[in-house]
Write a protein that binds this ligand. Sequence first.
Ligand code: 9WN
Length: 450
Amino acid sequence: PISAPAAKLTRSQTAARAAYVLAGNDRGRLTVAAPHLYPHMWSWDAAFIAMGLARVSTRRALTELETLLSAQWRTGMVPHIVFTDDETGYEPGPRRWACREVCPDAPGHVATSGLIQPPVHGVAVRRILDAARIAAAGERQEVVERIRAMWPALLAWHRYLATRRDPEERGLVTIYHGWESGLDNSPRWDAPYAAVIPAPGFVPFRRADLHALSALGGAAAQRPSDADYTKYQWLVEELRRARYDDERAHRTLSFRMGDVLTSALFVAANEELATVADELGLPGADELIGYADRFRRGVLGTCDESGFAADVDLRDGTVVRTPTIAGFAPLVSGGLDAARRRALVERLMSADWCGHPGFVHALPPSTSPASPDFDPVRYWRGPQWPPMTWLLIWGLERSGEQEAAHMLREAAIDQLADGLFAEYYHPFTGEPLGARAQSWTAAVALDLLA
Ligand code: 9WN
């Protein structure tokens, strides 16, 4: 357990504690997302963890990605959860997913979920290669060889997303579940979830998350509601009935959204991997750039006049525009003209977002405080999430918006100086919420402080 320090930590103390937290969550070849609430490996958490670990050990960082990719499905899909062998009680657990039992594409040697999460892994690969620049020659050589060895799996993952998750080539990644977006109960999904109606007789299973959170002293108000959870469980059931077959899922699922933030992250990951291909002489650079171009067009096609992006309901083509952090997707994908990019950055820094006068830290909230759906404690409906802050800092830096990036970076470092590495933070009180010693929060701290 990690206790609150009496005073704000210095930068080097914060970094040291972050490394300690990651070491504590290390199970050898994978890092659990958090000790109690998330005792398994999560896909996009693993990518962030690898970026943080790259600052400590490029070798251990690569191991994280190798473990994740060793659970890849035959289709190229990288699952959103890789289960450890432990009986942790996390729900839905391996028995509920039953992937190996119903789908021949699932790996046989390890239990996984049957969903995806945002594909930020290419960003991690790029950063590991960058971190190896200052390493000894032998370590750099090993990093290059191990990236070379995982290259076919990375390409297969991107190919899976570009084909099975975008069969009509709209340039938007299709998600089958809010969990796939990583922003589970964001107001983005409220309207589409209205169409998710469990069949009569469906009995939801007991929630394990509330139990784990209350053991940590947290309240149920910080997690998704029961009504939401029943829908989450029902969608897993629908997917299991479709035997995790993408073609069948596209026809039968009651939730199918074009996720604009996942699409923007896919653009960025394709571009990052293309630079790795060029640098190491690996195949596929043109293919990756082609995906980046298609999905960038997809993201930009959803933007309003100020460059704010939206999701698309693929069941009927409805554009779902909500004031959530996903609207800033073009700052990650790039491609806006300078005027619209400026307008979007100004919006991000305005009182409706980071610049709200009541915020303790001027950081992006998951949902705008100006929205009627804003809730300062409930998960993705308001709190500030350090990995999302990291993504925006990274996107702003890539877009040449150095001043805004610098402001967010300083505010983020100040938030993380509480030394708790909480899952998310209350924007108005600064209070830590959700899990503590959350691995990706510690990883983000390590990277920002390096
Ligand atoms: C469901 C692990 C994951 C994150 C997600 C976050 C949360 C899981 C849960 O935790 O989701 O996938 O049980 O609530 O929403 O972004 O990857 O940290």
